[in-house]
Design a protein around this ligand. Structure first.
Ligand SMILES: [Zn+2]
Length: 249
């Protein structure tokens, strides 16, 4: 393993230990989810330029410890960070929810670049877009699940290959969609979605957060989309959002 290396890191969470030291849960663009330790962080503006904060993208110079188990942040330079977002507590709440999900999902060197780019796009979206989709946190989970290798099949009927324009049944356990003619025998794992709802979910899977429409579907369709995403993420990633944090289910 490399003793010293550099990577771009998006800071998901930060905490203090001892008096002047800090740990950072970081999504590193090439290495994936990594915990970095910054010793003397609160004393050294020279090494860390006061930029150790959540939602910042940092150029990180990292040294692996002798035993290969820990990663010490030697120096960091701010590459990009939010300007106005930190003063908007509602949007900071959305950001926190999404960043917790990234942390729970994890990231490997194989999918880190895609996840990293989505998270940076999310920051731009929260910062710049005047209106956001009401289901943004759920859309984000679906998009990240897809980037993590769990892609639901929403384009055509999983049994007969038929069109789903007139609505369909999404099976959260299989990530498959069935047309009305092939409807499942049991509704235990099925969510009924309209053609517009399916189109929206497919669009979310295929595009970055900045491309997601903020116009809402009618409430019943919106609830169905939310139920489909929630069920899919819970079933395949084992993550449920409860009491402000993600829990393994
Ligand atoms: Zn069918």
């Amino acid at each position: 393993m490399l003793r010293e290396w550099a990577d771009n890191g998006f800071v998901l969470r930060i905490g203090r230990f001892r008096e002047t030291d800090v740990w950072l849960k970081t999504l590193c663009r090439t290495r994936g989810l990594t915990t970095l330790f910054a010793f003397g962080a609160s004393r050294s503006r020279k090494r860390f330029c006061g930029c150790l904060d959540v939602l910042n993208t940092l150029r990180c110079h990292i040294r692996t410890t002798e035993n290969g188990r820990f990663f010490n942040l030697q120096e960091a330079v701010l590459l990009m960070g939010p300007r106005r977002l930190r003063s908007n507590w509602q949007r900071m709440g959305l950001a926190a929810n999404c960043l917790r999900f990234v942390e729970s999902l994890g990231a490997t060197p194989e999918n880190a670049v895609e996840l990293f780019d989505i998270v940076e796009d999310l920051r731009r979206t929260l910062e710049d877009r005047p209106h956001l989709p009401s289901l943004l946190p759920l859309f984000f989970r679906l998009r990240m699940a897809r980037a993590g290798g769990f892609a639901p099949q929403l384009r055509s009927c999983g049994l007969c290959g038929g069109s789903l324009d007139k609505g369909a049944f999404f099976l959260v356990n299989e990530g498959q969609t069935l047309c009305p003619r092939c409807r499942p025998a049991s509704m235990a794992y099925a969510v009924k979605l309209s053609g517009a709802g399916l189109g929206l979910l497919q669009h979310v899977c295929d595009t970055p957060p900045s491309d997601w429409p903020h116009e809402d579907l009618p409430p019943p369709e919106r609830r169905a989309c939310a139920g489909a995403i929630d069920g899919f993420v819970q079933y395949h990633l084992g993550l449920a959002f409860e009491d402000g944090r993600f829990r393994r289910v």
